[in-house]
Design a protein around this ligand. Structure first.
Ligand code: 13P
Ligand code: SF4
Length: 303
């Protein structure tokens, strides 16, 4: 306990000395969320990355998030405390494979979920997050949309647009393994709770939910409504929900809702990151320039 306190003090001191800011995704460990200057969903953190005055951004999330911060703030040093923290869904599409697919649909716009590499963003017309995917797709002139890499988010968007959505066959392993049986059991155990699901879940799980939101969407909704919630997304969000709403109850939809990648960073690796200025995330200039166009187009839409 005393050691933890010392680590926290050292992180805060080093953060000040290097003029750094700590951004953390809503799925990170509780202690990382607590020490961060800002927590949020992918969209909120992308916006934060463009607005920071700091010299150093320590990104507590996964690789694609730090990459986006590096693209949006090229003049800053962007650190990812655990270099191996990656997103399995982002690895499900490569720039090369996307280039091949684009040949089959020359008239389609390419919408790329931010959970993707910079190379894939560079091949795309516009990015989206779970918070703005429907708005992004509906903002396009094209009638056909190649949507990469999340097939579940693509399917969710297809319900709110007249456009033809061509999905990629990617998915988030953490969300995709939430099953209807999990939701049905949780509803039976907690009959008064509302089900909040993330659009990375399968269609049949989304169909059982009362509301569908990005992680920050869930935070905003729970602040303003209801007393009891079943949460169908990665369980790290429950730390924030519970902290914001001490009088309300939040239940994980199942025991398996863990993304190991989002748990890779702990206080020790965060401290080491600031001590050694590691691991610096950079994106080659030509890729960054193209990816930035897709990210900027999205940010023009915001929430
Ligand atoms: P959001 O916080 O943007 O909803 O993202 C979900 C996610 O899976 C990030 O990896
Ligand atoms: Fe990727 Fe899913 Fe983990 Fe998010 S929760 S980083 S989408 S694997």
């Amino acid at each position: 306990m005393q050691d933890t306190q010392k680590t926290i003090e050292r992180i805060l001191k080093l953060k000040e000395e290097c003029n750094a800011v700590i951004l953390a995704h809503n799925y990170e460990r509780g202690e990382i969320q607590d020490i961060a200057d800002f927590t949020g969903d992918s969209l909120g953190l992308s916006i934060q990355a463009t607005e920071q005055e700091a010299d150093v951004i320590v990104f507590c999330g996964v690789h694609f998030m730090a990459e986006s911060a590096a693209i949006l703030s090229p003049e800053k040093t962007v650190l990812l405390p655990e270099i191996h923290a990656g997103c399995p869904m982002a690895s499900m599409v490569t720039a090369e494979a996307l280039r091949e697919e684009k040949k089959k649909y020359p008239d389609a716009a390419v919408v790329c979920y931010v959970n993707s590499t910079a190379d894939v963003k560079a091949e795309s017309d516009i990015c989206c997050t779970s918070a703005n995917a429907v708005e992004v797709v509906n903002s396009l002139e094209e009638d056909e949309v190649l949507f990469v890499p999340d097939k579940n988010l693509a399917d969710y968007v297809s319900r709110f647009t007249g456009k033809k959505i061509i999905p990629w066959n990617g998915y988030c392993p953490t969300h995709n393994q939430i099953l209807t049986t999990d939701v049905i059991k949780a509803k039976k155990d907690y009959p008064n709770a509302e089900v909040l699901a993330h659009p990375e879940c399968r269609r049949e799980v989304v169909d059982l939910a009362d509301k569908v939101f990005s992680t920050t969407g869930m935070v905003e909704y729970a602040r303003n409504a209801g007393d009891e919630f079943i949460i169908a997304t990665e369980r790290g969000i429950i730390h924030k929900l519970q902290k914001d709403n001490p009088g309300k109850k939040f239940y994980n939809v199942s025991e398996f809702t863990v993304c190991p990648e989002m748990k890779a960073i702990d206080l020790d690796s965060l401290l080491l990151s600031l001590e050694k200025m590691q691991y610096v995330i950079t994106v080659p200039e030509d890729v960054s320039a193209k990816a930035r166009i897709a990210l900027d187009r999205m940010l023009e839409i915001k929430r």
